[in-house]
Write a protein that binds this ligand. Structure first.
Ligand SMILES: *Cc1c(COP(=O)(O)O)cnc(C)c1O
Length: 476
C-alpha cells in the first residue's frame, strides 16, 4: 500500500487545459512563497522559537482561493439556478475560525458527531447549510438535527426507522436522504476506501435485495428527497469516484421513474477528491473533477437535481504547515537524525503508516529562512518516546542542525488539528496568516497552544485521589 499518492495522473492529463494549468501553477508557486514568508515571520515575531518549538500555520489566502476554485468549478458545469451546497467535511479541519472563514466564502458544513455539529454552530453556520452524516447517530442526535432542520443522511435501515419514528412525532424541515454504497471498489489506501464491497458505510447497493429495499423505502416515505454517496477518499482515482457518482445518479433516476415523480430532488455526491502530497502542484483540481463528472454523468447537471458536495482534505490540506524546531541533531549508525518537536502527536497517520502517508519536509535555518546546502540523506524524528516516531526516514534535504526548523508540508487537513495525546505532548498553537498590506505577514490565533495545566486537568487532575479513596458502599 505504498501508492497512496500515485493515482491521479491517468485522468488529469486528459482534462487539464493549458490555460487552467498556467493559472494553477502560478497560484501553486505563490502559495509556496507565502509559506516561506510565514515561517520566517513566525520566527521573527516569536510565535516559533526555543520555548514554543512547534506550531501549525494556516494560509488564509490559500483557503480562500481553494473555496473560490470549488465554487467556480461547479458553477461552470451546472445549469444556471441549480441549488449547490458545498459542505466542508468538518472532520478534515475541525477548527471554528476555519469553519467561519469558509462560511464567508459560501461554504457550508458536513458534520458527523455532536462535537462537529457544535463546532459548525459556533462558527455561525445555519442549519440550512449543514449536513449530518455519521454511521452511528444516536436518537438524541437525530432529534436535535431534525429539530434544527439540518439535512440528515440515514446510513442504514435501522437508522431510517428511527428517523421515521421521529418524523411521525414532530414536523421537521430537514431534508432527509439515504446513504448508499455503490460498491464500485476501493483505492490504494484500504482504511480510506468507502466503496468497497464490505465498507461499513451506507446501504450496500449490490447486495442481494438492497436496491429493491432502497426503492421501496423512497416509495413508502415521500419525505425522503435526497440520495447520498461518498466514494472517496485519498487514494481513489477520479474515474472510480465518477463511477460511484454515476451509479448513485442512476439509482435516483430509477427511484423517481418507478415512483412516477421527481421525489429525489437533490443528490449529495460526497467528497474524497485526492490531494497531491508530492509537490506544490494542485492536482487534480476541482475543475478537473467537475469536468470528469460532467462527461460521465451529464444528467446530474441538467437542472433536475440540486447538488451537495462534501470535500474535506482537498479544501485544506495544502494550506497547512507544521513547523518544528530541531532540538538536537545527532547521528546514529552513520545516519544523521534531526530530533524535532513534530512527530506522532501532530502527524499521526504519517508516523503509523508512512508508506500510505508520506509528507514532504522543508528545511529552514534558525531564522526561518529556507535552508541552503547540499542534500544529505537523514531522518527527521519527532519528540515521542518510541522508536517509530519519525516524520521522514532517509530523506535527502539540506542537513538539519540544532536550532533549525523542519516543516511538514500539506498538513492543513487531518494532521495538526487531529492531535494525538501520546506522551502528554501539548497541542500546538495554530495561527492563520495573511499579507499585512505593508509587505509583511500578519498572524491571527486560531487555537491557543495547550498549557501544561490544561493537560493535567484533562488527565483527571481534579480526581487525583479518586482511586485510592474508592470504597464500596459500607466497605472497610
Ligand atoms: C470524510 C468524509 C468526507 C470528506 O472526505 P475528504 O476525503 O476529506 O474529502 C465527506 N463525506 C463523508 C460522509 C465523509 O465521511
Amino acid at each position: 500500500m505504498d501508492a497512496g499518492n500515485d493515482m491521479t495522473g491517468d485522468v488529469v492529463g486528459n482534462v487539464n487545459d493549458d490555460h487552467d494549468s498556467d493559472h494553477e501553477s502560478r497560484s501553486d508557486a505563490a502559495r509556496a512563497g507565502r509559506r516561506d514568508e510565514a515561517v520566517r515571520a513566525a520566527v521573527e515575531q516569536g510565535l516559533l522559537g526555543p520555548t514554543t518549538p512547534v506550531v501549525g500555520l494556516l494560509d488564509v489566502t490559500g483557503i480562500q482561493e481553494s473555496a473560490a476554485a470549488l465554487r467556480t468549478a461547479f458553477d461552470a458545469v451546472t445549469a444556471p439556478g441549480t441549488p449547490v451546497l458545498h459542505a466542508f467535511a468538518v472532520k478534515a479541519t475541525p477548527l471554528v475560525p476555519v469553519l467561519r472563514l469558509l462560511r464567508e466564502e459560501g461554504i457550508g458544513a458536513e458534520v458527523a458527531s455532536p462535537g462537529e455539529l457544535a463546532l459548525a454552530r459556533a462558527a455561525g453556520l445555519s442549519p440550512g447549510r449543514t449536513v449530518l452524516d455519521s454511521p452511528a447517530k444516536t436518537p438524541a442526535e437525530l432529534r436535535e438535527a431534525l429539530a434544527l432542520g439540518i439535512a440528515v443522511n440515514a446510513d442504514n435501515p435501522q437508522e431510517l426507522d428511527r428517523i421515521a419514528g421521529l418524523m411521525r412525532s414532530a414536523v421537521s424541515r430537514s431534508p432527509i436522504g439515504i446513504r448508499v454504497n455503490p460498491q464500485v471498489g476501493g483505492g490504494s489506501i484500504e482504511a480510506l476506501s468507502t466503496a468497497t464491497a464490505t465498507s461499513k458505510f451506507g446501504v450496500a447497493l449490490r447486495d442481494e435485495g438492497a436496491r429493491e429495499w432502497v426503492v421501496r423505502a423512497y416509495a413508502e416515505r415521500p419525505w425522503l428527497t435526497r440520495l447520498h454517496a461518498h466514494t472517496g477518499s485519498q487514494g481513489i482515482p477520479l474515474s472510480l469516484m465518477a463511477e460511484g457518482v454515476a451509479e448513485t445518479y442512476g439509482l435516483a433516476e430509477e427511484i423517481n421513474r418507478r415512483i412516477g415523480r421527481p421525489q429525489i430532488d437533490t443528490i449529495d455526491i460526497g467528497g474524497g477528491l485526492p490531494v497531491n502530497f508530492r509537490s506544490d502542484a494542485t492536482t487534480p483540481t476541482y475543475a478537473d473533477y467537475a469536468r470528469v463528472l460532467r462527461e460521465a454523468v451529464p444528467g446530474l447537471f441538467d437542472e433536475r437535481y440540486g447538488l451537495v458536495t462534501e470535500f474535506g482534505r482537498s479544501l485544506l490540506a495544502k494550506h497547512g504547515t507544521v513547523v518544528a524546531r530541531v532540538e538536537y541533531a545527532k547521528s546514529a549508525g552513520g545516519r544523521p537524525v534531526a530530533v524535532t518537536h513534530a512527530g506522532v502527536q501532530v502527524a499521526t497517520r504519517t508516523v503509523y503508516a508512512p508508506g500510505a502517508w508520506p509528507l514532504r519536509i522543508a528545511a529552514y535555518d534558525g531564522k526561518g529562512r529556507p535552508k541552503e546546502g547540499p542534500d544529505v540523506v537523514q531522518d527527521v524524528a519527532g519528540p515521542a518516546c518510541f522508536a517509530g516516531d519519525l516524520l521522514a526516514t532517509g530523506r535527502a534535504l539540506p542537513l538539519l542542525e540544532q536550532g533549525d526548523y523542519a516543516a511538514a508540508l500539506d498538513t492543513g487537513a487531518y494532521y495538526f488539528a487531529h492531535h494525538y495525546a501520546y506522551n502528554s505532548l501539548a497541542r500546538p498553537g495554530i495561527y492563520g496568516f495573511a499579507p499585512d498590506g505593508a509587505g509583511g505577514i500578519a498572524f491571527a490565533t486560531v487555537r491557543e497552544p495547550q498549557s501544561v495545566e490544561e493537560i493535567v486537568a484533562e488527565s483527571g487532575g481534579a480526581h487525583a485521589a479518586a482511586l485510592t479513596t474508592l470504597r464500596a458502599p459500607g466497605g472497610r
